[in-house]
Design a protein around this ligand. Structure first.
Ligand SMILES: [Zn+2]
Length: 239
């Protein structure tokens, strides 16, 4: 849904992914502008029942405030179904702060509950879809991985260029890489070392040159392809 960062700009909201697999719908990360993107996908409050947070930087969590506030007060789209929020240890305290801002009284009297799931194990499931939630290097950040139709999907949250990230991504079919401050050379090295079939670059602070990245990665021995992410891009359109 979003491919940007904390940087405020017109065409990129904070990095976020909408996962729709069979009857399971999950939003991975919920920073600036994601409530708006959900609306642009014609989804209603009650369509979103599961949110996974990679870590607690504002660009991954901040839009929970307008989203919950709208669910409580927006006459057009009041929430009636429970909202489940999953994240690393500390999530209870952080979501507590969010709920405090939205209004403890309003939440207590709401027609729905907010259930917080602290993922201390490396696995959890939502309606039979199994997720791996793997602690990575960058500041309590966890990556999300799942298998569907024999294909492996891996999403990084934020990224650090190190062995943990490489192992997390290795040989997956589709990875959304939150490249953040990585240099082109680092992205190319990640592509080569992981051999992910399709890498979608997200969490972009700057414009990346897709052709240049692909030709340099190919020279190095990478056999997949690198795609520069755009907001509202769909996997079904690019795969
Ligand atoms: Zn971030």
């Amino acid at each position: 849904m979003g491919t940007g960062t904390c940087q405020i700009e017109k065409d990129r909201m904070a990095s976020s992914i909408l996962i729709e697999v069979d009857a399971v719908r999950v939003v991975f990360d919920f920073g600036r502008g994601i409530s708006q993107r959900i609306y642009e996908f014609s989804l209603k409050q009650d369509d979103i029942q599961h949110i996974v947070i990679s870590h607690f930087h504002p660009d991954h969590i901040s839009d929970l405030i307008p989203f919950l506030h709208a669910g409580l007060y927006s006459p057009d789209d009041l929430r009636s179904k429970d909202l489940n929020i999953y994240g690393p240890s500390g999530i209870r305290e952080k979501i507590g702060l969010v709920l405090d801002i939205v209004g403890p009284q309003s939440i207590a009297n709401a027609r729905f509950k907010v259930n917080i799931h602290e993922i201390t194990d490396k696995r959890f499931s939502i309606n039979n879809l199994e997720f791996e939630f793997i602690r990575l290097s960058h500041e309590n950040n966890s990556g999300l991985r799942f298998v569907h139709d024999g294909k492996v999907y891996a999403f990084t949250g934020d990224i650090a260029f190190d062995e943990k990230e490489i192992n997390f991504l290795k040989d997956s079919d589709c990875a959304v890489l939150n490249v953040g401050g990585l240099k082109d050379e680092n992205i190319i090295d990640i592509a080569f070392l992981t051999q992910v079939k399709t890498i979608v670059c997200s969490h972009l602070y700057r414009d990346l040159d897709e052709d240049r990245l692909n030709s340099m990665a190919k020279k190095k021995g990478y056999i997949g392809r690198i795609v520069i992410g755009k907001d509202l891009m769909r996997w079904t359109d690019i795969r």
